[in-house]
Design a protein around this ligand. Structure first.
Ligand SMILES: [Zn+2]
Length: 95
């Protein structure tokens, strides 16, 4: 794994550690991780992409600030961000 990828993974770990007490700080970790991805021209892995809201950048925690619904009829997962109301769809296969 590249250094950039490692830093991104680490930033998501940090976001996970602090989001409960400090959601704004978690958001900044996510922003930083996205900047690193952009400047290194790497795509965020799908398992990380679905952990934050594309619209407002919030770190998403199902049951806390995100609602996750499975739509078995079309094979998608729908994640709704309770912070800004945006919804995103993911295929089951994205991991
Ligand atoms: Zn949002």
């Amino acid at each position: 794994m590249s250094v950039a990828r490692e830093r991104i993974e680490r930033l998501f770990e940090l976001a996970d550690e602090v989001h409960d007490e400090n959601p704004e700080r978690a958001k900044r970790y996510i922003e930083r991780a996205r900047e690193i991805a952009t400047s290194n021209r790497i795509r965020l892995p799908a398992h990380l992409k679905r952990r934050f809201c594309d619209s407002c950048g919030a770190y998403l925690v199902p049951g806390k600030n995100a609602r996750v619904r499975l739509r078995s009829e079309d094979g998608h997962v729908v994640v709704r961000c309770e912070e800004c109301g945006a919804t995103e769809r993911y295929g089951y296969g994205d991991r």
